[in-house]
Write a protein that binds this ligand. Structure first.
Ligand code: PMP
Length: 355
């Protein structure tokens, strides 16, 4: 037997990410869109396939798509990098700006990939716990940033899994109060009607992350994008793989982006449903919903959250429960179609009311 070499010591206590795979009729666990692409768009994709060059490498910078995005947001295409999901862009940021003598600053509970990817590059993670209502205490955060001297500060806005949102003024105080790069993760921005993309030219330390996985119904393909200053873009390009976004995903994302008015109608529908589901949860005894600017709602349960999760699953409904101890009493439910939401509400009511 050979004595097989181990991984880098940083990885010794790491567990690989195991996405939850449960069979359920109603999936409200991953903040995806409940709607597939519209049929008219699928027809256009089929037409494109007739002339599609599967044998050729994709455009390395996804230039067609990034030009469309740049024009829509009034920025230069050079300010944009496309990624294999926004997860990959987080990884690129950590490869470029993280590493073993660097640190990042996060505000938990928040999206777990910041922590996981930082750890994989050997960067240290400083976390300031959110308040009881999951807000960020901005003055305290700015003070702490002076001590920690992080390379990157991650502001998930709206925050996954709590739904909280910082105002643009609060984000500006981070941008002015530190020389760290401030990563504003706007994966759910379409549901909040708020963005800081327009501040890209004003603040060289601002990075904005977006994704096609949520509002654009494209979680099955992997396309995310990043807005940043030319300096940051130059540095991130040093660690980017040449063909990180495949040609098929680029083509579909560009079509979906050019037809975004169709998808905007659905976003409005989800926002209306979020309001309705929140109202119904507020009326329900045994649960407390937290108001959300995203396409999901965090819920505190009086009964043990895991047992509620299991009973929902037995009834064919998958929501998100959390491994981390401070979220033991909480579940997160993605806003689905009206029918899915009705079924969820009715089933949840039955569970929390049962003796
Ligand atoms: N950021 C946040 C806050 C998310 O919730 C997610 C997905 N759950 C992502 C980034 C990653 O999205 P994707 O890689 O699909 O673009």
């Amino acid at each position: 037997m050979i004595d097989l070499i181990g991984p880098r010591p940083e990885l010794n206590n790491f567990k690989s990410y195991s996405p939850l795979k449960e069979n359920a009729q109603v999936i409200l666990s991953a903040n995806e869109s409940p709607f597939n692409l519209p049929e008219s768009l699928i027809d256009e994709i089929k037409e494109e396939l007739d002339k599609f060059s599967f044998n050729r490498y994709p455009d390395a910078l996804a230039d067609g798509l990034r030009k469309e995005i740049a024009a829509a947001y009034g920025v230069l295409d050079k300010n944009i990098i496309l990624g294999n999901g926004s997860d990959e862009l987080i990884q690129y940021l950590l490869l470029a700006y993280g590493g073993s003598d660097r640190s990042i600053f996060t505000f938990g509970p928040t999206f777990s990939m910041y922590d996981i990817i930082a750890g994989a590059t050997g960067a240290q993670v400083y976390e300031l716990e959110r308040t009881e209502l999951f807000d960020i205490n901005v003055p305290r955060a700015l003070e702490a940033a002076k001590d920690f001297k992080p390379s990157l500060i991650f502001l998930c806005n709206p925050n996954n899994p709590t739904g909280n949102i910082l105002s643009n003024e609060e984000i500006e105080s981070f941008l002015k109060g530190t020389n760290a790069l401030v990563v504003v993760d706007e994966a759910y921005a379409e549901f909040s009607n708020q963005t800081v993309v327009h501040l890209i030219d004003k603040f060289p330390n601002l990075i904005v992350l977006r994704t096609f996985s949520k509002a654009f119904s494209l979680a099955g393909l992997r396309i995310g994008y990043m807005f940043a200053s030319l300096d940051v873009v130059q540095n991130v390009l040093k660690v980017k793989l040449p063909y990180n976004c495949d040609a098929f995903s680029q083509m579909v994302a560009a079509l979906a982006f050019s037809k975004r008015e169709v998808l905007e109608v659905r976003v409005k529908e989800i926002i209306a449903e979020r309001k309705r589901v929140f109202g119904e949860l507020e009326k329900m005894s045994g649960v407390t919903p937290y108001s959300s600017a995203a396409n999901f709602i965090l819920i505190k349960t009086e009964k043990e959250a895991f047992s509620v999760w299991r009973k929902l699953l037995e009834a064919g409904i998958l929501v998100r429960d959390f491994g981390e101890p401070r979220l033991r009493e909480y579940l997160r439910v993605t806003v689905g179609t009206k029918e899915e939401n009705d079924l969820f509400l009715k089933t949840l009511k039955g569970i929390v009311n049962a003796g």
